[in-house]
Design a protein around this ligand. Structure first.
Ligand code: BT5
Length: 268
């Protein structure tokens, strides 16, 4: 596969006919696709709106960390989930992170034969290196209904290994050994998101599959919270996706935090 240029017509064409996707916006350069889509959502954008940029000047990770990617080398996009007529408790935001992570993992396996793992809660990993990350943000509309913007950043055709990020990093092209056609990969990911979202709406929980894809489970971990840090063994996740860690002092339930494998190992 060869690297390809993205543009508004290319993107519209690529994603045409997919269920769930209602509107597609291509931006050559923008601040952050999450920020743009949140603004559009506040102004009433429909569920299934997707914003993709070739460059972000203020790409964000969690806790206001930076997401860095040279122009044209990556997939940087955000998707709006705004389910109508939910008559049950709102979907936990982490469920959206889960279906998107699993969709990326499937696309990497099916299109490129690359095994990927997921590091709780939002890191996409290959052999202990970070390939991508997900930023899920929830807001409430004027109608009082919550909506969720999920931003996905994937390193595709560049080598981030020398950038000095918090974790060792890699890209799809590094993992595959050849340049990747971004459009084809994007389409496979978005197709997977649409399918998995349909299943979620039909009442199917992604928890079991996501838990099975987590590199973190069964490992000695170091958990870093905003105010403290502890070590233990990651045993699993609960129904909200919170990480359950057994420590010397008992069981900890981690909702927000960073988790590192204690010995730096990884399975995928
Ligand atoms: C994430 O945060 O991993 C979520 C990243 C989400 C980025 C997407 S791009 C489209 C959308 N628009 C946005 O503005 N954001 C989303 P976190 O787990 O907090 O990790 C952030 C950390 O990853 C940084 O502090 C860096 O150390 C590292 N990092 C930054 N850029 C990276 C890259 N390209 N590859 C690997 N690691 C990176």
């Amino acid at each position: 596969m060869a690297e390809s240029e993205l543009s508004q017509p290319v993107l519209t064409d690529l994603l045409a006919g997919l269920p769930f996707i209602s509107r597609v916006v291509y931006l050559r350069s923008t601040s952050s696709t999450n920020d743009i889509l949140k603004r559009m959502a506040a102004e009433g954008a429909p569920e299934g709106t997707l914003v993709l940029a070739d460059e972000q000047t203020a790409g964000r990770g969690r806790l206001n960390r930076r997401w860095v990617a040279p122009a044209g080398t990556s997939l940087l996009f955000s998707v709006l989930f705004r389910p109508q007529g939910e008559d049950h408790a709102p979907t936990p935001p982490l469920y959206y992170t889960m279906i998107c992570s699993l969709a990326v993992r499937d696309a990497a396996a099916q299109l490129l034969g690359i095994p990927m793992g997921i590091k709780w809660p939002n890191d996409l990993m290959h052999q202990g290196r970070k390939l991508g990350g997900i930023l899920t943000e929830i807001s409430t509309g004027d109608d009082g209904q919550p909506y969720t913007v999920v931003g996905i950043g994937l390193n595709v055709n560049w080598d981030p290994s020398g950038e000095g990020f918090d974790h060792p990093a890699t890209s799809l092209a590094n993992a595959a050994g050849y340049p990747i056609e971004r459009g084809a990969f994007l389409r496979a990911v978005v197709e997977g998101i649409a399918r998995r979202y349909g299943e979620l709406r039909a009442g199917h929980s992604p928890i079991a599959e996501w838990e099975a894809a987590l590199d973190t489970i069964g490992q000695d971990v170091v958990v870093e919270l905003p105010d403290r840090r502890f070590t233990g063994v990651a045993l699993g996740v609960d129904a909200d996706g919170a990480l359950l860690v057994r420590t010397d002092g008992g069981m900890e339930r981690v909702v927000v935090g960073d988790v590192r494998l204690r010995h730096g190992g990884a399975t995928a």
